[in-house]
Every structure is written in C-alpha cells, then in structure tokens.
Design a protein around this ligand. Structure first.
Ligand code: ATP
Ligand code: MG
Length: 264
C-alpha cells in the first residue's frame, strides 16, 4: 500500500502564486481527478507531488519519505510515476526501446553486466523485452514497436507515454492531460485502458484533464483547483452541482450543466 500526501503546499513563480495551501491524499486503488481552468496550478501541483519541483512551503510525503528531499528519480523507484502535458519520447529510439528505457528503475544489472554479456544481464534483457512488448499490446501500439517514436501521431504518443510510465511498475500514477489532442475514439480507448489498468494492477491514479465528462466517468473523487487553491473536493455527482465549481469554470454562480468539454 502506498500513500501520497500533500499538506498545505505553496509554490510561487515570481509574483504568481501557482499553488496555494493545497492538500491532497492519494492511495492505491483510488482513481482521483484534478480539474480547473487554464493556469489554475494543476501541472505545478503535479510536479510538486512527484518531486520535480520543491514547494516553497508545505510538505509532500510518499509513505514515510519526504518527496521534495528525495527528488523525482528516487520517488519513481518508490512507485510514484508521472507523465507530462507535453509528450516527449526519445526521438532516436524505436517505440519498443522507448518503453524499455521506462523500465530502468527496475533494471537490477548495471551497464557493465550488459556490456560483458553476462548471462544474468542477457536473461534480464529478454524478460524486459517481453514485458515491453506486453505493455505495447496493452496500449494498442504492438504494430508500431519497431517504428521510430518521432513518427507517431500525437494520439499514439499519448499511449506511448502511458506505456513508458507503466514500464516503471508504479503503485501511483499521475497523468497530466492524457486526452489532450486525442479524438473521441482515442479518448474512449484511453478510458477503457485506464479501467483495465485499474482492475488488473490496483494502482492509484491522479488524472489531470480538461475533458470533464471523461474524468467524471472514470474517477471516484474529483478535486477542483482555481487560482492555485483547492476550491472543492468530492464525488463527481457532488462536484457537478457545486456552485463554486461552476463559478470557476463559467463565471457564474448559477448551477449550469457541467457536461461540457472545456478545451485546453
Ligand atoms: N516554470 C514557471 N515559471 C513561471 N511561471 C510558471 C511556471 N510554471 C507555471 N507557471 C505559472 O503558474 C501558473 C499555474 O500554471 P500551471 O501550468 O500549473 O497551470 P495548469 O492548471 O496546469 O494550466 P493548464 O490547464 O493550462 O495546463 C500559471 O500562471 C503559469 O503561468
Ligand atoms: Mg497544465
């Protein structure tokens, strides 16, 4: 069981307070969503949660570890992995090799074992290759395994990002705008994939997205940010009726239908 906890986290860039006194809990088996207008602080909060940014004040812990002290690579080895809003594959590598790179946190033999072709390293290489192929099948990219990653479409890159993240065997996975640039069919495939991941691995997910109906369908719990602050948290059916949420999104206190796709 892994638990990620942010307590009253604040982060400013110059005069802009991007995240203000934000707290959240995330654990295995829970699918949580984070929504908010452009510039609300969602990506900054994700960077703080995953150890890529240090908060100015407040604290983030992963189990008993202080995330801002140990940094992102150690955090990933402890099972907390995030994707970025801008999908950035390693352009010179094939799709399959991009996934294999994502496995480095689990690679036990050092580079010298591989260079010397020690049997243990060869055995591990074969196992990792099979695992990478399995993950590509899972995200629907098997037929593109040997293609250079720079040739993928935007939508395919999003699925590759997820395969790379899963390659690190996370317990907690933070996805920043996974549906950005996806068409309706791809978004549906992504929703099904997230459902399968959840069922098979029981990991915890935090999804940041502007596609509100997509999140409301998938998530057990929704957190809403506006101007860096968390303004609401609860089950989707409560959040969609919350006047503060409507005001943040649509500039009105009226209870209007939130069943809209707010474009990034
Ligand atoms: N590295 C940075 N330097 C300066 N300002 C930044 C930096 N990163 C974010 N900001 C500012 O912090 C605020 C929050 O940005 P952030 O990217 O976290 O918002 P967001 O909710 O993810 O927005 P979006 O929905 O557009 O992705 C914005 O005003 C942004 O301009
Ligand atoms: Mg963002």
């Amino acid at each position: 069981m892994s638990t990620l906890r942010a307590e009253r986290v604040t982060k400013a860039f110059g005069g802009v307070v991007a995240v203000k006194n934000a707290s959240i809990d995330l654990e295995d088996g829970v699918v949580a969503g984070l929504i908010g207008p452009n510039g609300a602080g969602k990506s900054t909060f994700l960077s703080i949660l995953s150890g890529f940014l240090r908060p100015d004040s407040g604290k983030v812990t992963l189990d008993k570890h202080d995330v801002s002290r140990i940094g992102p690579s150690h955090t990933a080895r402890l099972g907390l992995v995030r994707t970025f809003q801008e999908a950035a594959p390693i352009a010179g590598l094939s799709v399959l090799d991009n996934v294999r790179v994502g496995m480095h946190t689990r690679f036990h033999n050092g580079p010298f074992s591989a260079i010397l072709h020690l049997p243990s390293a060869r055995h591990e290489e074969t196992a990792l290759r099979h695992q990478a192929q399995f993950l590509l099948a899972e995200v629907g990219l098997s037929n593109l395994a040997d293609v250079n990653a720079s040739r993928l479409t935007f939508g395919q890159l999003r699925f590759l990002e997820i395969a790379r993240a899963l390659a690190a065997s996370p317990r907690l996975l933070l996805l920043d705008e996974p549906t950005a640039g996806l068409n309706a069919t791809e978004s549906q495939l992504l929703a099904e994939l997230i459902g399968r991941i959840r069922q098979s691995s029981g990991l915890g997910l935090l999804l940041v997205d502007h596609n509100v109906p997509f999140l409301f369908d998938l998530c057990d719990r929704i957190t809403v940010m506006n101007y860096g602050e968390i303004i609401a948290e609860g089950a989707p059916r409560h959040i969609e009726k919350d006047p503060a949420v409507h005001a943040a999104y649509l500039g009105t206190e009226e209870s209007v239908e939130l069943e809209v796709t707010v474009e990034a």
